[in-house]
Design a protein around this ligand. Structure first.
Ligand SMILES: *[C@@H]1O[C@H](CO)[C@@H](O)[C@H](O)[C@H]1NC(C)=O
Ligand SMILES: *[C@@H]1O[C@H](CO)[C@@H](O)[C@H](O)[C@H]1NC(C)=O
Ligand SMILES: *[C@@H]1O[C@H](CO)[C@@H](O)[C@H](O)[C@H]1NC(C)=O
Ligand SMILES: *[C@@H]1O[C@H](CO)[C@@H](O)[C@H](O)[C@H]1NC(C)=O
Ligand SMILES: CC(=O)N[C@H]1CO[C@H](CO)[C@@H](O)[C@@H]1O
Length: 150
């Protein structure tokens, strides 16, 4: 009797855990936190910010109000990132590939260096990619052809 009770309790526990992790991963999939963490990763990849443009990129405020960040009102996702002529130096984080709603990326006239990350290719909604006047190496990955709206 006791064993049956223990077994069903265990089964219930496993079920609860499974449902819980499912809800957590679903919530994460649809949440704007993905964009927030991608923005923070991009900030980390910037090593020099003479005008402290990214100074207000902190979780104390909604990322929709961060400098250079546009937000869609409905979903609070990021369709545009405009950081041109800010004097920024650093690399372009591979996390940039996580902005699944990004249409416009404008980083022109800064000092971004290094290779252009393959992960850009994941931005299927991209229409504008403006990287001129930086210190980037190599070429834009040919797989960028997958971004058919570009
Ligand atoms: C995420 O979205 C929710 C509801 O749409 C909103 O209340 C919240 O402020 C958003 N969070 C950020 C950091 O934008
Ligand atoms: C962050 O800085 C930008 C540009 O200076 C400004 O437009 C925006 O209101 C600031 N946001 C917050 C939350 O202070
Ligand atoms: C490039 O950015 C610098 C600031 O970092 C600015 O002074 C200069 O006018 C910009 N050049 C162009 C062509 O926008
Ligand atoms: C964002 O991108 C990075 C690097 O490409 C990846 O490791 C990470 O799992 C991604 N995170 C989310 C929440 O999509
Ligand atoms: C498609 C692609 O290039 N994905 C890469 C994104 O960035 C992470 C971290 O650098 C790599 O592990 C992935 O291979």
């Amino acid at each position: 009797m006791e064993r049956i009770y223990m077994n069903s309790l265990l089964a219930l526990l496993v079920l609860i855990l499974a449902v819980q992790s499912c809800i957590v991963s679903l919530a994460f999939l649809f949440s704007n936190l993905t964009d927030q963490s991608a923005l923070l990763a991009c900030k980390t990849a910037v090593k020099y910010d003479p005008n402290n443009v990214l100074g207000n990129w902190t979780t104390r405020t909604n990322f929709c109000n961060w400098a250079g960040v546009s937000c869609s009102r409905r979903r609070q996702r990021v369709p545009a990132l405009r950081l041109q002529s800010m004097g920024l130096a650093g690399t372009i984080s591979p996390h940039i590939g996580n902005f699944s709603f990004l249409r416009r990326l404008d980083l022109r006239n800064n000092s971004f260096h290094g290779f252009v990350t393959q992960n850009l290719t994941r931005l299927h909604r991209l229409t504008h990619l403006i990287l001129q006047d930086n210190l980037l190496e190599g070429e834009i990955p040919t797989s960028i052809q997958q971004c058919q709206k570009l």
